[in-house]
Design a protein around this ligand. Structure first.
Ligand code: GLN
Length: 277
């Protein structure tokens, strides 16, 4: 089959399966399998595609039609301009989370110590390390499988970080200038209503924030002060309706300069504050 016809077939299949970005996903899968780029469709659309690649593409389209996330088929997701390996063991990095990284970067100085609580794929910590100098990074997660992915991502990016398996601060020692976290924050009752890609394929443990979605903020805020230097800063990603609650918890716990920042969609996405500030 020729390249263009294959793409059109794929887009049609995904559309019929109710995939939101059917044409985009069909193109990205074809580009991955054929090692082509975006312009190939317009410039070389009439070129035949080898039978083996056609078969691989048909299989990939079949998988995506069953609502397996694109990133699980590709095996990676770009985040902050870097490529992160992803599997079912980690939350797929979201573009919204780039807002969190960008806010931390406004306060990050070379040589600081950073703790990423609930690190998952490591995308937050590793982006911060990649865009700073001589910072020391520690990533914590309850999931050993997630940490294995985070370690691989560090290796692939040529970065060094400590990854520790820990139930929140249980195994954490020492003090940090920056603690950052994108904890699970979806209220348990909202999980059945999530998109199938998220509900069935992201790890539940990375999503479920308890009855009101705020369990992890309460636990992390309660303990973070012990692990921050005076004047150290705590940064959270939040669900768009959680800013008031999380800011309130931080103020009660003695954080100053508490601020809420919005993501590119204009939704509240980050809460930050300075210990004793
Ligand atoms: N932002 C993610 C979502 O909407 C949730 C991530 C999280 O709970 N930390 O699926």
């Amino acid at each position: 089959m020729i390249y263009k016809a294959l793409y059109e077939w794929g887009a049609g299949q995904l559309k019929a399966a109710g995939i939101g970005e059917a044409a985009l996903d069909a193109r990205l899968l074809l580009e991955e399998i054929c090692a082509t780029d975006r312009s190939y469709l317009t410039v070389h659309g009439e070129e035949p595609v080898a039978e083996e690649k056609c078969r691989d593409y048909q299989e990939a389209i079949g998988t995506r039609s069953r609502h397996v996330p694109l990133q699980h088929i590709l095996g990676y997701q770009e985040f902050m301009g870097l490529k992160f390996q992803v599997t079912r063991d980690v939350l797929i990095p979201r573009q919204d989370t780039e807002t969190l990284v960008e806010e931390v970067m406004r306060y990050l100085h070379d040589g600081m110590r950073i703790l990423d609580m609930c690190t998952g794929s490591g995308c937050i910590l590793l982006s911060l390390l990649r865009y700073s100098n001589r910072c020391q990074g520690t990533g914590c997660d309850l999931s050993g499988k997630a940490l294995a992915i985070a370690r691989q991502n560090a290796g692939a990016l040529g970065l060094e970080a400590d990854f520790i398996q820990s139930d929140l601060f249980e195994k954490v020692t020492g003090k940090y200038e920056i603690i950052v976290s994108n904890p699970p924050y979806i209220p348990s009752g909202q999980i059945p209503g999530l998109m199938e890609e998220v509900r069935e394929h992201d790890p539940l443990a990375a999503l479920d924030g308890g009855e009101d979605g705020l369990d992890f903020y309460r636990k992390i805020i309660k303990e973070a002060g012990e692990y921050l230097y005076p004047g150290g800063m705590l940064f959270f990603e939040i669900g768009c309706d959680q800013a008031q609650a999380v800011s309130g918890y931080m103020e009660e716990a003695g954080y100053g300069e508490v601020m809420v920042c919005r993501d590119l969609a204009g939704l509240d996405r980050v809460v930050l504050g300075r210990l004793g500030g």
